[in-house]
Write a protein that binds this ligand. Structure first.
Ligand code: SF4
Ligand SMILES: [Zn+2]
Ligand SMILES: [Zn+2]
Length: 304
C-alpha cells in the first residue's frame, strides 16, 4: 500500500477520508492541521509568550513538540508549565517524563502544586467535599483552571495552550448536555480572542486516535499510569460510546464537532454577561466571587 503523497509505504489510513499516508506524511499532516487551527482562530499573536500546559500524557507532550518546532520559525516564545495535583503515585511518573522531555527540547519548565497554591492536595480537598456527588474531576478541574491562570501570570504569559483534542471537546459537550449544564457549552467556543488570558487548544480539530499515532510514530514518551480517579466519572462511558459510533459511521465525530462549534457560539452570544472582578482573588468572573474561590472557601470551611 503506497502513501497518497509520496513513494513511501503507507502506515496509516484515515478512515473518514480514505487517505493513506506514510509516517512522515502523516506527521506532517498533523503539524499542518495544528498550524491551520492556530491561525484560523488567531490563537497566537506576534511576540507572545505561550504557556504550554504539559501533564505528561500523549496529547500535551505531542503539543509541546509541535509548538516548540513552530516557535523556532515564528515570532512567539514558549515555556512549559505542569500542575501537580498531589495525587500520590500518579503525578511522580509524569513529572519525570516531562522534565526529561523539556530538557531534550531545551524548553524552560516550571511545576505548580495545588498544595502550594491552595494549601490542599487534591486528595485532601476530596476528603473535605460535602458530598461524594461532587466528582473528583469537577473539583480537580476547577482547581486546575485557577492553578493554570496563576502559572501563566507567574511566567508572564497571556496565552495557555493545552493538548485537548477533538474527542475531549465532544466528550465535554455531551457531558454538559447530559448534566443540563448548558451555560458551559458557551465556554467551548475555540475563539477566545476577547479574553484577557486566552486558553487555546491547538489540537481541538484532531481526533484523539491521530494524536496517539503521532506520539507513537514520533517516539514521544508518555505516562502509562492512569489517574486513579479517571474511571469515577461518566467521561469514560461517553468516550467509548463516541468511539463505537465512529467505528460504525466514519466521520461522525467531525460532524458532531461542527455542531458543537455552531451551538457553542449561539450559547456564548446569548449568555453574554458583563465581566466583574472576583473580590477574593481579582480574577475575572460574572458575580462577586468566582467559582474557584467559592469552592476553595467551602472546602476550607469544612476543614475546621
Ligand atoms: S482524571 Fe480527574 S482527578 Fe485525575 S487528574 Fe484528571 S481531572 Fe484530576
Ligand atoms: Zn508519504
Ligand atoms: Zn476568585
Amino acid at each position: 500500500m503506497k502513501c497518497d503523497r509520496c513513494e513511501n509505504q503507507a502506515v496509516y489510513t484515515r478512515k473518514y477520508s480514505g487517505q493513506k499516508l506514510c509516517s512522515q506524511c502523516f506527521s506532517n499532516s498533523i503539524v499542518r492541521k495544528t498550524a491551520k487551527t492556530i491561525s484560523k482562530y488567531n490563537m497566537i499573536q506576534n511576540d507572545e509568550l505561550v504557556a504550554v500546559a504539559v501533564s505528561g500524557g500523549k496529547d500535551s507532550l505531542a503539543l509541546l513538540k509541535i509548538i516548540h518546532e513552530m516557535a523556532l520559525t515564528h515570532n512567539f516564545r514558549i515555556k512549559a508549565i505542569t500542575i501537580d495535583e498531589g495525587i500520590p503515585g500518579y503525578r511522580d511518573e509524569a513529572l519525570e517524563i516531562v522534565e526529561k522531555f523539556c530538557g531534550e527540547l531545551n524548553v524552560e519548565h516550571k511545576v505548580y502544586s495545588y498544595k502550594d497554591l491552595f494549601e490542599l492536595t487534591l486528595d485532601e480537598a476530596l476528603e473535605l467535599r460535602e458530598s461524594k456527588k461532587t466528582s473528583s474531576c469537577s473539583i480537580c478541574g476547577t482547581l486546575r483552571r485557577r492553578a493554570m491562570d496563576f502559572a501563566a501570570k507567574d511566567i508572564g504569559a497571556n496565552v495557555i495552550a493545552t493538548g485537548h483534542n477533538l474527542d475531549d471537546t465532544l466528550q465535554t459537550f455531551v457531558i454538559n448536555m447530559l448534566s443540563g449544564d448548558t451555560n458551559k457549552i458557551g465556554w467551548m467556543d475555540p475563539d477566545t480572542s476577547t479574553n484577557s488570558l486566552r486558553k487555546i487548544k491547538p489540537f481541538c480539530e484532531i481526533y484523539e486516535s491521530e494524536i496517539v499515532f503521532y506520539a507513537f510514530t514520533n517516539d514521544i514518551p508518555f505516562q502509562s499510569e492512569p489517574c486513579p480517579h479517571m474511571s469515577e466519572g461518566i467521561r469514560t462511558e461517553i468516550r467509548e460510546f463516541l468511539n463505537s459510533l465512529e467505528n460504525q459511521h466514519s466521520g461522525i465525530k467531525n460532524n458532531l464537532y461542527q455542531s458543537v462549534l455552531k451551538v457553542s457560539q449561539i450559547v456564548k452570544n446569548s449568555n453574554y454577561k458583563e465581566k466583574t472582578i472576583c473580590e477574593k482573588c481579582g480574577n475575572e468572573c460574572t458575580g462577586n466571587i468566582c467559582s474557584v474561590c467559592n469552592m476553595v472557601l467551602k472546602l476550607k470551611a469544612n476543614q475546621t
